[in-house]
Design a protein around this ligand. Structure first.
Ligand SMILES: [Mn+2]
Length: 490
């Protein structure tokens, strides 16, 4: 982008010539492309429309007024590498991954017919015959935009109902008038409110509330976030299919990283291989910026600079996960750069593994994951294990070096909404990720696996990749041998 700008400046000062015309054209093209966002993340799969419809019906049954959710606009970022991905609550309820959409759910699940006195005040004729209980609003067809961005779904599409499973799809431009009419009968409208804390969360939520305040200033605006979160906590069978695929790809990538790992590689090269494995397997994007931290960087929890040349004797934390069709895996393995843990690295590794094993052994429906003040929480099981095994260089217990939570929900977000003080329920998918980080020793170890809570306990979704230190050393030794053999052949 900045390259184009400087070219433009030179051309403008140098008078009109072919290069200048070419540059101007290039700039024109670039600015047009910037004005209209590029296509959305190409997710390979999607849940069936009936699953999204069931969620909407459940949600609508919980509210005594209309529920309005706005999708992202496509103007959330100005970066040229931005690829549109839908607001997660909106996606969860619609499976729709295009910009500029809105979702309106009416309470009761029946067609809403305006009262006669409402009808008299109505300015729009769109809803004379009543309103369907759920309506998708999409931008009107814009062929000029489609030249750039490819086809978009629009209300005019003849097959829009079977495609979206919405009986009613209106142009977005109708939304305001419809909200004004609904406000004549419903005193309350529900949406996802910004968090009541500093800075209020993401700008999108504030923008929706601002829009409502302008469009229907007399309405009470109430929060529907926790109702949606309650649904998102329990994964559907089809969500589990997508999550398993994200996790499997991440494990494949972790295995490749184990095999290639050696002193002399750069952290970014290890990450690049893992990203390649994800992408070749159909992952549309990383679930989060890859963390590959060697030596001192192993103790920085979200280290993503990836700029160290990996040294002999380093321990390497690899917290890297794929996103597959919208769903995020979150997997960490910690391995020795040269293929052999030092005694101290192994000692700390085994303590972290022991803590994870202890937490998993206690994991079942009804247990609490994270709450530090709940005596029997899985966090405390892991913490107590770490704190009662091993010592730091000063003879102190290691609990103080377990500096983050034990785990979190995963789903459409790598940190899916949820409450770590809430008892686990069958159908939740959580990470279990104890860690010990001792900066003084350049020694950080995290082991992170993904777990489905079942009726009786759990299923380890990431079981196909070992956590056993002997196994890890074996895999790395075999790969080193193969590398050496390939090198002598050449
Ligand atoms: Mn995690």
């Amino acid at each position: 982008m900045s390259g184009l700008q400087s070219k433009y400046q030179r051309a403008a000062w140098g008078g009109v010539n072919r290069a200048a015309v070419f540059c101007l054209l290039a700039i024109l093209l670039a600015s047009l492309a910037a004005a209209f966002p590029a296509g959305a993340q190409q997710r390979r799969e999607r849940e069936p429309n009936s699953v999204y419809a069931q969620r909407r019906a459940k949600l609508a049954a919980q509210a005594d007024g209309p529920i309005l959710l706005l999708g992202y606009t496509g103007r959330e970022e100005e970066s040229q590498s931005y690829v549109f991905a839908q607001e997660e609550n909106f996606y969860y309820l619609t499976g729709h991954n295009e910009e500029g959409a809105a979702l309106l759910l009416l309470p009761g699940g029946k067609t809403w017919v305006p009262k006669p006195e409402t009808r008299e005040k109505m300015k729009s004729s769109t809803i004379d015959g009543g309103l369907a209980p759920e309506i998708l609003f999409l931008p009107a067809k814009d062929r000029r935009k489609e030249v750039w961005n490819g086809l978009r779904m629009s209300p005019e599409d003849p097959d829009i109902t079977p495609k979206t499973a919405f009986g009613t799809v209106f142009p977005y431009s109708e939304l305001r008038a419809i909200m004004e009419v609904l406000a004549l009968e419903f005193p309350t409208v529900y949406t996802v409110l910004p968090y009541q804390r500093e800075l209020g969360g993401y700008p999108h939520e504030k923008e929706v509330v601002d829009w409502l305040k302008q469009a229907v200033p007399q309405e009470n605006v109430k929060d529907i976030r926790s109702n949606i979160t309650d649904l998102r906590l329990i994964k559907s069978p089809t969500e589990l299919v997508l999550l398993r695929q994200a996790i499997d790809l991440s494990l494949d990538a972790q295995l490749e990283a184990m095999k290639m790992m050696r002193p002399g590689l750069w952290e970014y090269q290890v990450a690049a291989k893992m990203v390649e494995v994800h992408a070749m397997g159909g992952s549309e994007i990383e679930a989060y910026a890859p963390i590959v931290g060697a030596g001192p960087n192993s103790t920085a929890l979200h280290y993503d600079k990836l700029s160290r040349k990996i040294q002999d004797g380093d321990i390497v934390v690899m917290d890297v996960g794929a996103q597959y069709s919208g769903y995020a895996a979150d997997i960490t393995r910690t391995i020795p750069a040269n293929g052999k843990f030092t005694p101290r690295q192994r000692e700390i590794y085994e303590i972290v593994l022991g803590a994870q094993t202890a937490a998993l052994a206690a994991l079942k429906p009804g247990t609490i994951m994270g709450c530090r003040d709940k005596k029997n929480s899985l966090f405390n099981v892991a913490y107590n294990y770490i704190n009662s095994h091993g010592k730091d260089p000063h003879g102190k217990s290691l609990g103080q070096y377990f500096i983050h939570g034990l785990g979190h929900n995963i789903g459409l977000n790598v940190h899916d909404p949820g409450d770590s003080c809430r008892p686990l329920q069958p159908g939740m998918v959580v990470t279990v990720e104890p860690g010990v980080y001792i900066p003084e020793e350049n020694l950080g170890v995290r082991i992170e696996d993904d777990v489905l809570v079942t009726d009786t306990g759990y299923e380890l979704l990431s079981r196909k990749l070992t956590r056993d230190p002997d196994e890890i050393e074996k895999i790395m030794a075999a790969a080193a041998k193969q590398r050496a053999a390939a090198e002598t052949k050449q």
